[in-house]
Ligand binder design. Structure first.
Ligand code: PRX
Length: 663
């Protein structure tokens, strides 16, 4: 393309705020009938039989939705099924020799690993047999603290085969975070690895695991995957630590009948951050969750069995559960897993993978897209990306400029982009365009999916008029919803329902789910999600609780009090800023800053490390003593300050502002 054409194109793209799905895409799309929205509304909740029909039920369900005890809804009651059967066994007649998982390790001199559906069947069965021999029974929670190696995906399926719920803890989280989650779930089994590679270097993950295990209050049987081989750190395994390969060798050829699970039986737990300090154990079930991720993978990601689908998320987060493992494998497609970072050995690593594997879909986070933009278009341009048919984003709002860059430089203006709003609790996508049906508007996630009743309301719960802003709410239950917080029904109601529901009512109409996001709504019902309205920050698409970070900051010796806020950041979306008051006799400076950083890394992990630490003699407080984090956020963002009149100590704000903004 000539330079003038390119400039014209840039100018046209910059002005355009609505894009039709490319015709070439629509022709072959899984969903193309605009009537699906009305059809689902009219037949709700029976419309969700369409999702359940994508699965292979052992026992047919007798009721789609049981809603007599809101908000404890049940879906597909009376039905039974097994998730590993959905993701493996039922594909064997057609796809035993086709790739289920294409795994790419970070080191470039190591061969990729292709796991066919036939091989997946074998290894999952062997590992399921081994887990049983270690004592894992139905409903025992198995924790995984694993890097992005194939054994992690295999282990999810092995657990689901024997009806043992898994609880995956992101490998970048600290030892203490691991222990906290294992203690909360009374989890007596752990799968970990001796290490993994990051930007060329091996990391000692087993040392961190062992530190975590020392804080677990009960006995644990641990399985260790040898990822590093000769690069390993030479730890000896203890008596209750078992080598993964040895276990598999001991169970060579074993077959385990998939356990029939009730639709409402727990498939997994996933801990996530909320307003208070303690992580919440979000509980997902077998029938509803699996229907949801399978249906959305088909309708939104347009996955077909013959596709190669690449999602760059980590299985340590919900996106990896729903859209690397369960959704894609349930549809019998090839799913790509990449171990490393996008910039190793160079900034074109992901494009190299797309080209090599001829990926058809690419699903990533806005923070990654902003990095790609910063690195420049020469990196995608170096590669033939013509296999791509659809692009997706998830995890945080995407600004129109990044959207357009992605559309042009990765999609070559020939791929629809699905901007998918959802969260750990929703199990799968809720608000996004159906790519073969709806136009796209950069920056706006789109309308709610068919059958999903999402509305933007004001503080009193009244629907805001088109063009207005307010809070995102969900007014009807959906199959993929969390069922409760593990062993804490009360907190489940408090956290998600109390604000907009009549909690004394038995009428589902009186129950409204509150995801704690702010949003705007357009004339045509398109929803732009602005971000969290609670004390949660979103750093590079990672959800972190400010309260958790604050308690880690305060745990550093010499810190008296702290307030943590999410400040705007060009690439990460938000960055952690900590405002800190020191105890008398402790000095502000590099040493103290390092101590605070270390304390946060120990409690949560490097992702939560404050990007900026501001030492201050006081924090802005209301007359009732509540810290005004909003003002600190305005200071961090370099904004004009809002109302300070309700403060007990208004002078302190100007001092902090001058210190941070430097004038
Ligand atoms: O604030 C919303 C933001 O991410 C939060 C959910 O985080 P988590 O449970 O970690 O799940 C992330 C992956 C699904 C939401 O409450 N979020 C997610 N997707 C979008 C988004 N914000 C704007 N646009 C999105 N597409």
């Amino acid at each position: 393309m000539s330079e003038t054409d390119d400039t014209e194109l840039e100018a046209r793209l910059a002005e355009q705020d609505e894009f039709e799905p490319p015709e070439s895409f629509v022709e072959g799309a899984n969903v193309t009938d605009p009537g699906v929205y009305d059809e689902f509304e009219e037949s709700w909740p029976d419309c969700w039989e369409q999702a359940a029909d994508l699965l292979d039920w052992d026992e047919e369900y007798d009721q789609v939705l049981e809603d007599s005890n809101p908000p404890f809804y049940e879906w597909f009651t009376g039905g039974s099924l097994n998730a590993s059967h959905q993701c493996i066994d039922r594909h064997l007649p057609e796809r035993a020799d086709e790739a289920a998982i294409e795994w790419v390790g970070e080191p470039t001199d190591e061969p990729d690993r292709t796991i066919t559906y036939g091989e997946l069947y074998e290894e999952v069965n062997e590992f399921a047999a081994a887990l049983r021999d270690l004592g894992v029974g139905e409903d025992d929670v198995v924790t995984m603290y694993m890097p992005m190696v194939p054994e992690l995906a295999l282990a999810l399926l092995a657990c689901s085969r024997i009806g043992a719920p898994h609880s995956v803890v992101f490998a970048g989280f600290s030892a203490s975070a691991l222990a906290e989650r294992m203690n909360d779930a009374d989890s007596e089994y752990l799968l970990t690895a001796n290490g993994y590679y990051r930007r060329g270097d091996p990391l000692d993950h087993l040392a961190k695991t062992n530190e975590g295990l020392a804080e677990v209050e009960h006995d644990v049987e641990t399985v260790v995957v040898d990822r590093l081989g000769e690069d390993g750190f030479g730890h000896d395994l203890t008596d209750d630590q078992h080598d993964y390969d040895d276990l598999l060798a001991d169970h060579r050829g074993a077959e385990v009948e998939p356990v029939e699970r009730d639709a409402e039986d727990m498939l997994f737990l996933m801990y996530t951050s909320g307003t208070t300090g303690k992580p919440k154990g979000v509980k997902h079930t077998t029938g509803g969750y699996l229907s949801w991720v399978t249906w959305t993978s088909q309708a939104v990601l347009d996955i077909k069995p013959e596709d190669t689908y690449f999602c760059t998320a980590d299985i340590g987060w919900i996106t990896g559960h729903s859209y690397i493992v369960y959704g894609p494998l349930s549809l019998g497609t090839t799913t790509v897993m990449y171990e490393g970072t996008p910039d190793y050995p160079d900034n074109d690593r992901l494009w190299e993978i797309v080209e090599d594997l001829e990926a058809n879909q690419f699903y990533t986070a806005p923070t990654a897209i902003r990095s790609f933009m910063k690195w420049g278009e020469e990196y995608p341009n170096r590669h033939d990306l013509s296999s791509l048919r659809l692009l997706g984003t998830v995890g945080e709002p995407i600004n129109p400029k990044a959207w357009k860059w992605y559309y042009k430089h990765v999609g070559d203006e020939d791929c629809p982009i699905v901007d998918t709003w959802w969260q750990t609790e929703t199990g799968g996508m809720m608000v996004t365009t159906l790519p073969g049906v709806k136009n796209m508007k950069p920056g706006s996630a789109g309308p709610p999916l068919p059958g999903v009743d999402v509305r933007v309301v004001d503080a009193e719960g009244g629907e805001v008029p088109a063009g207005g802003a307010g809070y995102l709410t969900v007014h009807k239950p959906w199959p993929g919803m969390l069922r409760t917080l593990y062993r804490n029904d009360e907190r489940f109601i408090d956290e998600y329902w109390a604000v907009y529901s009549d909690t004394d009512s038995d009428d589902p109409e009186d129950w409204v789910y509150f995801p704690e996001d702010g949003a705007k709504v357009d004339d045509d019902g398109y929803i732009t999600v602005v971000g969290r309205v609670d004390d949660v920050v979103n750093v590079s698409g990672h959800r972190l609780g400010t309260m958790e970070i604050e308690s880690a900051v305060v745990a550093a010796e010499g810190v008296a009090e702290a307030a943590v806020v999410g400040a705007d950041h060009d690439v990460k979306g938000e960055a952690v800023h900590a405002y800190v008051i020191l105890e008398d006799g402790h000095e502000a400076g590099e040493e103290m800053r390092a101590r605070i950083e270390e304390s946060v890394e120990d409690a949560i992990g490097p992702i939560a490390r404050p990007e900026r630490v501001v030492f201050t003699p006081e924090l802005p407080k209301t007359r009732s003593g509540k810290i005004m984090r909003r003002l600190l956020e305005e200071i961090s963002d370099g904004e004009e300050l809002g109302d300070t009149s309700t403060l007990r100590n208004p002078d302190v704000v100007e001092d902090i502002r001058q210190d941070v903004q430097g004038d």
